[in-house]
Design a protein around this ligand. Sequence first.
Ligand SMILES: CC(C)(COP(=O)(O)OP(=O)(O)OC[C@H]1O[C@@H](n2cnc3c(N)ncnc32)[C@H](O)[C@@H]1OP(=O)(O)O)[C@@H](O)C(=O)NCCC(=O)NCCS
Length: 151
Amino acid sequence: MVIIGDASPSDLDGIYEIEKGSFDDPYPLGLLKAYLFISNGLFIVARSEKVLGYALGIVQSKNRGHVISIAVDPSFRGEGIGRSLLGELHRRFLKLGCSYSYLEVAVTNTEAIELYRAMQYKVVRFRVGYYGKGKHAFVMVKDLRERVGIC
Ligand SMILES: CC(C)(COP(=O)(O)OP(=O)(O)OC[C@H]1O[C@@H](n2cnc3c(N)ncnc32)[C@H](O)[C@@H]1OP(=O)(O)O)[C@@H](O)C(=O)NCCC(=O)NCCS
């Protein structure tokens, strides 16, 4: 059984392994530690016997939930874990008074864009070179007050 809950310091090594297996330019362990310290309940993990995925958000300007990162262990993708993590992050954003959630995603990251579309995010902006030269991003936004899609 997969359980979604708060990340704890003992999860950090597992989170970092997923991070390294998911991104060309992973967050350093020290940065993940710092995010955990300031997380305010917005650093969450999916666990069974080990950490299978994580999501991390922050609240900006009181009502903007920013999805900083989400990743699932490559061996456990396509099983609904990403959707569950994002749904829980949305619920936590709402509890903290956010009215919408937004994120940046590489225009080439089809899996993530499909996940966000499936959860009613819409592309609102195109950021040239956001991830470096020639590496562009979409900004996607979801209205959290629309209940549909928060699962
Ligand atoms: C993006 C990511 C978190 C998705 O996690 P996941 O657990 O595999 O996603 P889920 O199984 O919950 O899928 C939810 C929905 O996303 C979409 N989706 C997920 N993987 C997909 C794929 N390979 N192709 C097309 N759509 C996909 C589908 O709409 C899916 O819904 P469905 O199963 O009803 O069809 C995962 O692929 C990942 O960790 N990628 C590397 C890290 C990353 O790029 N993070 C995003 C940074 S912006």
